[in-house]
Design a protein around this ligand. Structure first.
Ligand SMILES: Nc1ncnc2c1ncn2[C@@H]1O[C@H](COP(=O)(O)OP(=O)(O)O)[C@@H](O)[C@H]1O
Ligand SMILES: [Mg+2]
Length: 494
């Protein structure tokens, strides 16, 4: 047995039922196993009615850790107020052998829902309602300057079934492959300051899931917003009927089929209303913004034509009693959830990016990074304690850390060495995903900097158990205090 396997088994053995994580959460059930770790249901030690989901990733000395990036992205997505369709991060941390985060407890993913309930594919009434919400979630990410890069049915989940106000919400999860394609205006910048586009790289290693990756990913080209929408389209086809390469396990065959299929053949079984999507996506370059509203209108038109497809109607997986409770709870949301106010949302473009950065923009980006690096190094000196926590070294270039340019050469060096260590494309069955090409070497993020222990029990990098998210009024249900928590995704079961 290799040392790394021994380490893995030892670490996994520690996550038995009843184990307390972060001093506050008890493991009560294993929910799932992902490509890079496991997901458990956890219960608050303080209040046995509160539940969350724990995601664990074992630390591998020769690979970058994705959970740190995931937590940064999740925090950032809620940075300007609570966002529906995005889970909330409660707590995260790092130990010697593993990293963890605790987030809203959610329900079943779309892949499993399809397997369980729709052997012949999702009916349009369900596909369109779920699709509209998934599109809402994807655009929410794009509007904060991130591409997800692993859009697929396994990465969309319903809300927790025993929590009626959110049981019908579709959430996007798994931000470990997310990447910033744009930089926000610096803190304190005057209102209306521009986001700056990040220059696309000429080439990159394959990342994502073979079955759902966009054509450009197979060509090892930079991913933009259109690429998430390609994967979204593949997800719709997969859920409704089957992808033309759905029965293929060989990656090369998937790639050849995907890159050579005509738009007509790809869309042959899809409703006519959706048939413009591939052509539209082909017309976009990596910087351009997809026409979310047109895609929404197509989905909504098909939804409106279908029977039992109102957002009040039950989904097939709901039991009769819970469907009624879910419906009344959703109705109490005043005004109702975001996707029913679609035109404003899908037409809104907070980034106003449609091309490569100009030379002036690039200078400005460099200056911003230089400033952030200076602040970070000042923080290091005043912080007193130099952390030996590897987690801090995770390359947030994939996300958006102002500190990654601090030492471009060292980042480049470690990127090269990590690429060597992780090897070229990771093999696995078709549909499995590849997470490579990340590197260590970035400096600590100043915002998460705080004194930390260097012992086994390293401190959490989120200062408190609950993030102080600001919830827009319309996500609250009148009167009740604990509705705030529900909207934050805190699962409380009586
Ligand atoms: N917050 C959650 N609540 C309930 N189940 C979850 C939650 N997060 C993830 N899962 C389940 O675990 C699976 C794997 O999680 P994911 O974040 O996609 O991990 P990976 O990076 O390993 O793919 C998901 O497909 C989903 O079924
Ligand atoms: Mg996943």
């Amino acid at each position: 047995m290799t040392t790394s396997m021994e380490r893995e088994l030892e670490a996994l053995g520690r996550f038995r039922m009843g184990k307390i994580i972060g001093g506050k959460w008890k493991i009560v059930q294993k929910l799932d196993e992902g490509g890079f770790g496991s997901v458990y249901k956890v219960q608050s030690v303080k209040d046995s009615k509160i539940f969350g989901a724990l995601k664990i990733e074992l630390s591998r000395p020769d690979e970058a850790n994705h959970l740190k990036l995931e937590t940064e992205v999740m925090k950032d997505l809620h940075a300007e107020g609570f966002r529906a369709h995005i889970p909330t991060l409660y707590r995260s941390g790092k130990k010697k052998t593993y990293c963890y985060m605790i987030i809203s407890l959610l329900g079943e993913n779309l892949k499993r829902l399809k397997e369980k309930h729709f052997s012949k594919g999702m009916p349009l009434r369900t596909l369109t309602r779920v699709g509209i919400q998934a599109l809402y979630a994807i655009k929410t990410m794009h509007d904060r300057g991130y591409v997800h890069r692993d859009i697929k049915p396994g990465n969309f989940v319903l809300g927790y079934h025993s929590l009626p106000p959110v049981a019908r919400f579709v959430y996007i999860i798994d931000f470990g492959l997310a990447r910033a394609f744009a930089y926000p205006p610096p803190k304190g910048a005057p209102a209306g300051s521009r986001w700056l586009s990040r220059r696309a790289r000429a080439t990159l290693d394959f990342k994502g899931t073979w079955r759902f990756a966009s054509p450009a990913m197979h060509e090892e080209k930079e991913q933009g917003r259109k690429d998430d929408i390609w994967s979204f389209l593949y997800m719709l086809i997969d859920l409704y009927c089957e992808l033309p390469w759905g029965d293929q396990d060989d990656k090369k065959t998937v790639e050849v089929k995907k890159l050579n299929i005509s738009d007509n053949d790809l869309m042959t079984r899809m409703p006519d209303e959706f048939k413009f999507i591939p052509k539209h996506l082909r017309s976009l370059d990596v910087y351009q913004r997809p026409d979310y509203y047109r895609i929404f209108l197509a989905l909504d038109k098909v939804r409106a034509k279908s029977q039992f497809a109102s957002f009040d109607d039950a989904y097939e997986w709901e039991l009769r009693d819970s469907a009624q409770a879910n419906k009344s709870a959703m109705r109490k949301l005043q005004p109702p959830p975001g996707y029913t106010h679609a035109d404003g949302f899908f037409n809104w473009d907070p980034l106003l990016i449609c091309g490569a950065p100009s030379a002036k923009d690039e200078l400005e980006i460099k200056e911003r990074f230089r400033r952030a690096a200076r602040e970070a190094s000042l923080g290091t000196r005043t912080g007193g304690e130099q952390s030996s926590d590897n987690f801090e070294g995770t390359d947030k270039r994939e996300g958006r850390s102002p500190s990654f340019h601090k030492d471009a050469k060292s980042v480049q060096r470690s990127a090269t060495s990590t690429a060597k260590l992780t090897g070229a494309k990771v093999s696995g069955k078709s549909g499995s995903r590849t997470r490579i090409g990340k590197s260590n070497g970035a400096s600590p993020n100043p915002s998460s900097r705080k004194k930390r222990s260097t012992s086994e029990d390293s401190a959490d990098f989120i200062p408190s158990c609950y993030m102080n998210v600001d919830i827009p009024k319309h996500y609250l249900i009148d009167g009740k205090d604990d509705q705030k928590e529900i909207q934050k995704g805190v699962v409380k079961v009586d």
